[in-house]
Design a protein around this ligand. Structure first.
Ligand code: GUN
Ligand code: ZN
Length: 431
């Protein structure tokens, strides 16, 4: 790895606070900014004319392109890459008809490796530098994900999806094998390079109470790991959980009763929460993940980002591919904006960009490492062309400030807006 310092010039954007709390002034924008990268870290960023450049530094000038933290996708199913955009089902039928048959293929390590490479190609092409993924029940699928992420030098999180009921025979483990396999994978991968293991019961309907307890025990033995699952995504699912767990106070209680609720818990969707569930999640500082393209695509409902943030909840943003209909965190921000409009709040571009970077990093307990352009952070960066298509360019040309300049890219941008990317201080190779 080259140890020469590297200077990037362009517009720069980072955060000194949370724009949901502090407003747009929580963002630090420089129209002529600079980023100094040394040994894989950002060691300085600010106005270019204040940079004291090391003598041996190389420079890349991005003109008026925008340099910011790479996107952090806080909830994705890499193994669903090949079934993205499957038509016409609601959650339970979508799982049974599309997802489970596809996930059944991941016991084959070659297939798992092919899809892992395809997924990372797509995620990186869209500017995502960190992702937290579910794999399938097969340990091979976890190995394939981490091997590919490691090869690319990414900071990435994942875990074996555990299911011991209400799934096809080919996709069921047991309470004991879920514990044993998850533990072996955790010991193999957690803390290797930039990788982290996430204990991953799929959701209460596909785990017996015994399996939930076994995974709760594993989490108690490894409290530094995250635990991810799904929560209150769709009304039919919630009714099913009520039938399966008649003694539970609510959906969240099915996790809490088995040791699967805590500050390092990451709960996907969390749309239809009861007041008690919100209070408990807030009290513990657990993370909620907004998956707006999935929630509209599968018809699940409207996550109230502004309301939940104003209550002090920890909220990240995610594609939820392949329930989500895009690999792009730009498209995901656009969907979050549209859902915000439908729930009564126009989220500000600073809030959308924060959710897709620092907010997701916070939800994944990675705030000290990724998700912000600031001194000391790992140099995982995306360089956005704010005029990547004629439609975007003509709108951005009318902009009076950075927010008007970036909003057309948020709403209409795709992989063409991703001009360049840096991973751990190295320029990512072109595809
Ligand atoms: N709930 C349980 N599993 C899944 C999944 O794979 N995708 C979505 N969107 N919801 C789920
Ligand atoms: Zn999911």
């Amino acid at each position: 790895m080259s140890t020469r310092p590297h200077i990037l010039l362009g517009q720069t954007l980072g955060f000194t606070g949370d724009p949901f709390r502090d407003g747009p002034s929580a963002a630090r924008h420089n129209s002529h900014g600079a980023v100094l990268i040394e040994q894989g870290l950002v060691t300085w960023t600010g106005p270019a004319d204040q940079l004291v450049a090391p003598k041996d530094a190389q420079t890349t000038d991005y003109g008026d392109k925008l340099i910011m933290a790479g996107f952090v996708d806080a909830h994705v199913h890499y193994a669903q890459t090949a079934i993205i955009a499957s038509w016409g089902k609601r959650l339970i039928d979508w799982l049974n008809d599309y997802t489970f048959p596809e996930e059944s293929r991941f016991g084959d390590p070659d297939y798992a490796a092919t899809i892992a490479a395809r997924y990372f190609d797509l995620a990186q092409a869209h500017g995502t530098t960190t992702m937290c993924s579910y794999a399938t029940i097969h340990p091979e699928s976890v190995d394939a994900f981490f091997a590919e992420a490691q090869k690319r030098g990414l900071r990435a999180l994942a875990g074996k999806t555990c299911m011991d009921r209400n799934a096809p025979d080919t996709l069921r483990d047991t309470a004991q094998s879920a514990y044993d396999d998850s533990k072996a994978l955790l010991e193999r991968w957690h803390g290797q390079d930039r990788l982290g293991y996430v204990i991953s019961p799929r959701f209460s309907p596909t785990s017996t109470p015994d399996q939930l307890s076994a995974l709760g025990a594993l989490w108690a033995e490894h409290p530094d790991c995250l635990m991810q699952t799904h929560l209150s995504e769709q009304v039919e699912e919630i009714a099913w959980v009520r039938d399966l767990f008649p003694a539970a106070r609510d959906y969240l209680d099915t996790y809490e009763a088995h040791g699967l609720l805590g500050a390092k818990g990451v709960y996907g969707h969390a749309i239809h929460l009861e007041p008690r569930e919100k209070d408990r999640l807030k009290e513990l500082g657990a993370s909620l993940v907004h998956c707006p393209t999935s929630n509209t695509f599968i018809g699940s409902g409207l996550f109230d980002t502004a309301g939940l943030k104003s209550q002090g909840q920890t909220v990240g943003l995610a594609t939820d591919t392949g329930g989500g209909s895009s690999f792009s965190m730009l498209r995901t921000m656009a969907a979050a904006y549209e859902v915000g409009q439908l729930t009564g709040t126009a989220l500000h571009p600073s809030q959308l960009l924060w959710l897709a970077t620092a907010g997701s990093a916070q939800a994944l307990h990675l705030s000290d490492k990724v998700g912000n352009l600031a001194k000391g952070m790992e140099a995982d960066l995306v360089v956005l062309d704010l005029a990547s298509t004629p439609a975007i360019a003509q709108r951005a040309a009318q902009a009076d400030d950075i927010w008007q300049a970036v909003f057309p890219t948020i709403m209409m941008g795709d992989d063409r807006a991703v001009a360049d990317m840096w991973i751990s201080g190295r320029q990512a190779p072109d595809d």
